[in-house]
Design a protein around this ligand. Structure first.
Ligand SMILES: [Zn+2]
Ligand SMILES: [Zn+2]
Length: 114
């Protein structure tokens, strides 16, 4: 009887359904991963559809959360950012609203602080 029945999370892996990367199920901080560190996509536990990263939120204590939308049921999910997540992609998601403002940026030049 050598099998304990509990798989070691450091040894189990999953294959990203978006980019095909084989990643460990546990992140560098031993937290279970909710998304691929390369493309930041994940699998929605409830419907097994792919989740797509849409935004970054910062908690009061400074921790970054990745906001993902499920492509199957449109539900939003928040997951903590892991230490080895794709930082360039995180920044691109974070600045996206600044690149697509809902008003012309030229108007900012006409604002005066009194
Ligand atoms: Zn991926
Ligand atoms: Zn879903």
């Amino acid at each position: 009887m050598s099998h304990s029945g509990t798989p070691n999370p450091h040894l189990s892996t999953f294959t990203c359904i978006r980019c095909g990367l084989v990643v460990s199920a546990a992140g560098p901080d031993a937290e279970p991963r909710s998304h691929c560190p390369n493309c930041l996509s994940g699998t929605h536990g409830r419907c097994r559809a792919r989740t797509h990263p849409i935004a970054v939120a910062i908690l009061r204590d400074g921790d970054w959360m990745l906001i993902q939308r499920c492509t199957g049921c449109d539900q939003l999910e928040a997951a903590p950012v892991a230490a080895d997540d794709n930082q360039l992609l995180l920044i691109r998601i974070a600045v996206k609203p600044l690149a697509q403002p809902p008003f012309p940026l030229e108007h900012l030049a006409q604002l005066r602080v009194r």
